[in-house]
Design a protein around this ligand. Structure first.
Ligand code: OMP
Length: 282
């Protein structure tokens, strides 16, 4: 049986639950706060606990793989388990890996994370595009065939990205605007009934000047980090993205949620509040 496209699965779940994406970032500070060891086991328990606490009300989980990878193969085994647990709660799981390379190598990264035969299976993964939009082609093909999603960083939430992403091409488009056009071109032949394709974008909820890229990203789900620890609120996101783009947004928060723990009740309270606010975006 062929799997439905990621965009369709997200739309259904976001309607039923909320478009909020719960980030799973077992930082050293958060593990200490939870009284968990700074180890693969600590990261594993942290991830599984978050899914246990809010798996029934969350549409999407996004483990930040860096915080697992740093513990070597045990960390990768842990993130595999967390991804499985999230998927078994009928939520979508995004592997936040920000991979980037020439197309042939990127294809291997896609095989590592996406599709039935993936080394470690997620429903979607994050990517960088500094090696050119063309390098993304094999990943887009794999994702589309596997019903998986991609999130390409277009405008990052951190201020360090501004100069690079807003640099201008000769045709006056910024690097980010040109990338948004490339994403739209990838999606065009692969749109679902809602006009969304497999290639999503990352646009920070912290940005005041993202209108021009959002305008070009009409066929993308927009993963919006920066809520909570980086200072943005859901109301900021709504004001900054405008009504239309906010409807396609997948706001995400990690430390704000993780640091509410380890009490499951406290985590649930924060997530339910954010989920309700996120629901209002639609
Ligand atoms: O792709 C991402 O998720 C991402 C892109 C971006 O522009 N900024 C950003 O913060 N992120 C990730 O989103 C998470 C944000 O964590 P908090 O600031 O704790 O909510 C981290 O795992 C980041 O790696």
């Amino acid at each position: 049986m062929s799997i439905q496209p990621f965009s369709v699965r997200f739309d259904l779940l976001a309607g039923k639950r909320s478009p909020l994406c719960v980030g799973i970032d077992p930082t050293a500070e958060t593990l200490a706060r939870w009284d968990l060891p700074f180890s693969a086991e600590g990261a594993r328990v942290f991830g599984l606990e978050l899914v246990e606490a809010v798996g029934d009300v969350t549409a999407v989980f996004k483990p930040q793989v860096a915080y697992f990878e740093r513990f070597g193969w045990q960390g990768l085994k842990a993130v595999d388990e967390v991804l499985r647990h999230a998927r078994s709660a009928d939520a979508l799981a995004i592997a936040d890996v920000k991979r980037m390379d020439i197309g042939s190598t990127l294809e291997a990264y896609a095989a590592a994370w996406l599709g039935e035969d993936a080394g470690i299976r997620a429903d979607a993964m994050t990517l960088g595009a500094y090696m050119g939009a063309g390098s993304l082609k094999p990943v887009v093909e794999r994702a589309a065939a596997a019903g998986a999603g991609l999130f390409v960083v277009v405008r990052s939430s951190n201020p360090d990205g501004i100069a690079l992403q807003n640099a201008r091409h000769e045709d006056d488009r910024t690097v980010a605007e040109a990338l948004a056009d490339d994403i739209a071109a990838f999606n065009a032949p692969r749109l679902d009934a809602n006009g969304l394709g497999p290639v999503g974008a990352v646009v920070g909820a912290t940005l005041d000047d993202a209108d021009a890229v959002l305008e070009r990203l009409k066929s993308s789900i927009v993963l919006a980090p920066g809520i909570g620890a980086q200072g943005a609120t859901m109301a900021d996101l709504k004001a900054r993205f405008g009504r239309t783009a906010a409807r396609r947004a997948m706001p995400t928060a990690s430390r704000q949620i993780g640091n509410a723990g380890p009490s499951r009740r406290a985590i649930r309270e924060v997530v339910l509040r954010l989920a309700e606010e996120a629901h209002d975006l639609r």
